[in-house]
Design a protein around this ligand. Structure first.
Ligand code: SF4
Ligand code: SF4
Length: 86
């Protein structure tokens, strides 16, 4: 089941993690520019450590984690900016 990281006021974006698809390769952790991901100490049902969004406030939603994940187990998204009403 996909886990959606909780939104914070400071963050520009967040990630969705589908833990059961993850094989714990660590690419997402390694290539995240602001280094906001960590591998969890928990295991998924396949026995792999899955990523967690450790520094929520610093995620930009750039989706580089999603681009490097070979298993489509994570993706980033940017929060919508509030627009001024006319
Ligand atoms: S969306 Fe970008 S900043 Fe956020 S975890 Fe993924 S690579 Fe890192
Ligand atoms: S890149 Fe994908 S498979 Fe590898 S640890 Fe991250 S979420 Fe899991």
């Amino acid at each position: 089941m996909a886990q959606v990281a909780e939104q914070t006021k400071k963050a520009k974006g967040s990630v969705v993690i589908v833990a059961e698809r993850c094989k714990g390769c660590g690419f997402c952790v390694e290539f995240c520019p602001p280094e906001v991901l960590e591998l969890s100490t928990e295991y998924n049902s396949k026995g792999y450590h899955t990523p967690i969004l450790a520094k929520r406030d610093l995620c930009t939603g750039c989706d580089i984690c999603g681009m490097v994940c070979p298993d489509f187990a994570i993706y980033g998204y940017m929060f919508k900016k509030k627009t001024k009403e006319a």
